[in-house]
Design a protein around this ligand. Structure first.
Ligand SMILES: Cc1cc2nc3c(=O)[nH]c(=O)nc-3n(C[C@H](O)[C@H](O)[C@H](O)COP(=O)(O)OP(=O)(O)OC[C@H]3O[C@@H](n4cnc5c(N)ncnc54)[C@H](O)[C@@H]3O)c2cc1C
Length: 374
């Protein structure tokens, strides 16, 4: 068995550590910040299978969903809710499109079902908007709590004495040595092992920047918000109709025939996603900026539009209590992620895009197979 070092304790690094430990290796998980602060704690926590592209991406997403389910079954401390999602229509035309999408050949793999207004409200009594005409239910979608999940998985790993976590350790170099690998930590400390997974998220420059520069990678900037508890339970994740244009799983004739999107939606590549947290508050997003340098200010017109959409679905307009931004690493080559062995003993993994939380267990499982040839 090997001593495995994992650099970066976002959801990718955490899942790589989990699967390495599960395979019997000794694992040290190293994180730059006192606690992870990047994309993995800023996201919706959605395990979103329904919108994944037909073919390989859907296969990986379904495998990931299965692994999330197994993890939750084995470890009751994981706040995992297999609550599904509803993509909501607010016009008869949009419901007609949803009804066509629900007939796609792989609809049953995704757990899709078209619902009318009454069925939507029965399934999710928090959806009370007068304009709601129906929706697309996806039974495969699930959710975890982004501010808890990393700690929850780490505490599962801490039950195993072969696991060690080193927060507040900024790794400044990773080198292959004659007998393994060595991390140099800012301040002078060294950590040695046999194998290293470098999982740096959207930091494309600090480690192996020259390798990442030659990969088809970009960074994406998103605006997010927390809304006050609306006083009702939202039993599923919620998306507005614009999501249908956004995710590759819905591609097809019914989408090609849609009317053009509103100018702000197009400019900021927006969709409404709403996720109720276990404390009742809502996570709301999102927008997408693909060109760097990213803005340093949040756009209020985007928040207004998202709130209008939320109001049309919920029938109520909760106040925003917090705003934040997040950045993720995305590959632009239709890959599941960028996974590169920079030496025989060092593997670099990033670039999953806006589906990294969803796919992380399946990607980590594959990394183990590729590194250890099993
Ligand atoms: C706003 C937003 C919403 C999203 N919503 C969803 C969603 O609902 N569902 C979904 O599937 N995906 C979602 N995503 C995408 C998902 O969050 C990311 O794909 C995923 O979190 C990436 O995980 P990661 O571990 O690779 O990166 P990160 O979370 O960025 O973690 C990387 C970690 O590595 C550490 N690190 C980097 N360099 C070093 C170093 N040199 N030394 C030590 N540590 C280092 C960083 O400090 C960081 O903690 C969303 C992303 C954003 C931004």
């Amino acid at each position: 068995m090997a001593k495995v070092l994992v650099v970066g304790a976002g959801i990718f690094g955490t899942m790589h550590a989990y699967f390495a430990l599960k395979a019997g290796h000794e694992v040290t998980l190293v994180e730059r910040d006192p606690k992870p602060l990047s994309a993995s704690v800023r996201n919706f926590g959605m395990i979103a299978v329904g919108g994944r592209a037909a073919g390989d991406e859907l296969k990986v997403a379904l495998r990931a969903r299965e692994l999330w389910g197994e993890l939750a079954q084995q470890h009751s401390e994981l706040t995992f809710r297999p609550s599904g999602s509803i993509l909501v229509a607010t016009s008869d035309n949009h419901l007609a499109v949803i009804e066509k999408v629900a007939q796609y050949p792989d609809a049953s793999d995704r757990g899709w079902k078209a619902l009318d207004r009454k069925q939507v409200m029965e399934m999710n009594p928090g959806i009370r908007g007068e304009r709601v005409t129906g929706g697309l239910y996806c039974s495969q979608d699930a959710v975890v709590e982004p501010d808890r999940v990393l700690g929850e998985i780490r505490s599962i790993m801490h039950e195993n004495p072969r696991f060690e976590y080193l927060p507040g350790h900024d790794v400044v170099s990773v080198d292959e040595t004659s007998d393994g690998v060595r991390l140099a930590i800012r301040g002078g400390k060294k950590v040695s092992g046999d194998i290293a997974f470098v999982v740096p998220g959207a930091d494309h420059s600090s480690l192996f920047g020259e390798h990442l520069d030659s990969e088809p990678l970009r960074r994406v900037f998103l605006q997010m918000a927390r809304l006050e508890n609306p006083g009702v339970t939202l039993t599923t994740s919620i998306a507005n109709f614009d999501s249908l244009r956004f995710y590759p799983g819905y591609r097809g004739e019914p989408i090609d025939e849609l009317e053009p999107v509103r100018p702000l939606v197009q400019e900021m590549v927006m969709q409404l996603l709403l996720q109720q947290r276990v404390d009742g508050t809502l996570t709301m997003g999102d927008t997408h900026v693909y060109e760097e340098p990213f803005p340093h200010e949040m756009r209020e017109d985007c928040y207004d539009l998202l709130l209008d959409e939320a109001e049309s679905i919920l029938g109520t307009r909760p106040n925003i209590t917090t705003r934040w931004q997040g950045i993720y690493s995305q590959n632009t080559a239709d890959l599941i992620c960028v996974r590169k062995k920079v030496t025989q003993k060092i593997m670099l993994v990033t670039g999953p895009g806006g589906r990294g939380n969803t796919l992380s267990p399946a990607i980590a499982e594959t990394s183990m197979k590729e590194m250890f040839n099993v």
